[in-house]
Design a protein around this ligand. Structure first.
Ligand code: PHE
Length: 449
């Protein structure tokens, strides 16, 4: 028996806010719009939505089942069910993927911090794309400030994780997430009503399936996993803090719906504006940082809206960052018996160093590449397109073939208190056992050849 008293979520609303807080983040507002832009628009969105419904939901149930059943960190959870087995790879992937993701996530979190400060200056907002684009590259390619911002963002996340989740960010997320939602809706409306926005709407609505390649499928799968925080033990870890009575179905559906809603809204806020302003949609990571300030420039009180937007974006990134850190910290405290403080410091140092390299790879270390990718891109690509899909694949195989069927049923019905039709349960098990593993394998293999 472990003597550490485990923290846990206080209420159903607390669980929802925390899991949605993990899911909704830079993945929706920064990564989704530029992935849509680089991968051909509507066709990518359709594949993405199909993956969320068919693959991600079952994986989310599976991760919740493992976490709540075992009440442990990702590694400990697997070893409770299948000690000293190959399945522990899931635990290893979780810790490695969290570190890889944070090593670029925290850098982008730092960019959002810097853009809050930039928004105070009246000369920042302009409708000139090339000026915004050179502001962005001038900033990210410099060495000192972006690294400091990355460390600052990481330090804030670390402080919240030391304090525990219940009384910190959860309380603020309840207010800030709805405000973020309203702001993104306003931006989407403004973007859709710009002259020339229709081209962007067409790009989002009319699929050109000839654009779908093996790589696009993998990109959509990676994006879906990334956005829903799947395949790397995050939902296992958060699931372990969920009360036995909560309905795991409801939580999963609500989180997936909120996350997808935010992504689509972000797409509507960014892509029409991209076309209206004549920015190439395939820009990559700079897209949001160039497009949105241009919309702000065309709104009354643009500076105020810009400050508010980047501030809330930073908060959304924080609620995701703490869930990433929590995976590593829970592992260090429960498996390696570190105190929470020591665990957080060790995690801070590791990610602080990796993140510094990934930040510098935008500028001075630009020419240092591996497989044609910069350090920043390597962390992003390896985690989203390799570690998360492989992690997700192993999770469904584990729940489908290794966890006892009766235990899965017990968790999904919250100990028999939630009604679940037999046919529905059989359907879910078929997806978890066969459909999901086969589909993920096909996408992975397809992109290899
Ligand atoms: N889902 C988060 C986002 O969209 C990122 C994340 C990935 C968080 C994996 C936790 C685990 O920003």
């Amino acid at each position: 028996m472990s003597t550490i008293k485990r923290d846990g979520f206080g209420s159903r609303f607390g669980v929802l806010v925390a899991v949605a807080g993990s899911a909704v983040g830079l993945g929706n507002l920064w990564r989704f719009p530029y992935m849509v832009g680089t991968n051909g628009g509507a066709a990518f969105i359709i594949v993405y939505l199909a993956f969320v419904i068919v693959l991600c939901l079952p994986i989310m149930f599976s991760e919740f089942v493992i976490g709540r059943r075992t009440q442990s960190n990702a590694f400990g959870a697997i070893s409770k069910i299948a000690p000293r087995s190959g399945w522990l790879t899931i635990g290893v992937i979780s810790v490695v993927a969290s570190i890889c993701i944070m090593s670029f996530y925290s850098v982008v979190g730092g960019w959002t911090l810097d853009y809050i400060f930039k928004s105070f200056s009246s000369s920042f907002l302009t409708s000139d794309s090339s000026s915004l684009s050179s502001q962005f590259s001038g900033f990210t390619e410099s060495s000192f400030v972006p690294v400091i911002m990355h460390l600052l963002f990481l330090a804030i996340s670390a402080l919240i994780v030391v304090a525990g989740v219940k009384n910190g960010i959860e309380k603020y997320s309840k207010i800030l997430m709805p405000v973020l939602f309203i702001l993104v809706v306003i931006l989407a409306i403004r973007s859709l009503t710009l002259d020339g926005a229709m081209e962007g709407v067409k790009f989002l609505l009319y699929p050109d399936f000839s654009k779908i390649t093996g790589d696009t499928l993998l990109a959509a799968l990676g994006q879906a996993f990334f956005s829903l925080s799947l395949g790397m033990g995050c939902i296992i870890t958060y699931g372990s803090y969920v009360n036995k009575k909560e309905n795991l179905f409801k939580i999963s559906f609500s989180v997936a719906a909120a996350d997808t809603g935010f992504a689509i809204l972000a797409g509507l806020a960014v892509v029409p504006a991209v076309f209206a302003f004549g920015i190439p949609p395939g820009q990559g990571p700079s897209l949001v940082f160039i497009t949105l300030p241009q919309i702000f420039a065309q709104l009354p009180f643009g500076n105020v809206i810009s400050i508010a937007f980047f501030f809330i974006l930073m908060i959304a990134a924080l609620t995701s960052a703490i869930s990433l850190l929590e995976v590593v910290v829970a592992y260090f405290t429960e498996e390696l018996k570190m105190t929470r403080k020591v665990a957080v410091v060790v995690t801070f140092v590791i990610i602080g160093i990796f993140g510094t390299f990934s930040s510098l790879s935008q500028g001075v270390l630009k020419d240092f590449t591996l497989f044609g990718k910069s350090i920043f891109d390597l962390f992003d690509y390896t985690s989203s397109n390799i570690l998360l899909p492989v992690g997700g694949l192993l999770v469904v195989l584990f729940v489908g073939w290794r966890v006892k069927r009766a235990d899965v049923l017990d968790e999904l019905t919250s100990g028999g208190t939630v009604a679940l039709r037999k046919s529905l349960f059989t359907g879910i098990m078929l997806v978890i056992k066969f459909l999901a593993p086969i589909a993920i394998s096909i996408v992975l293999i397809n992109s290899l050849i």
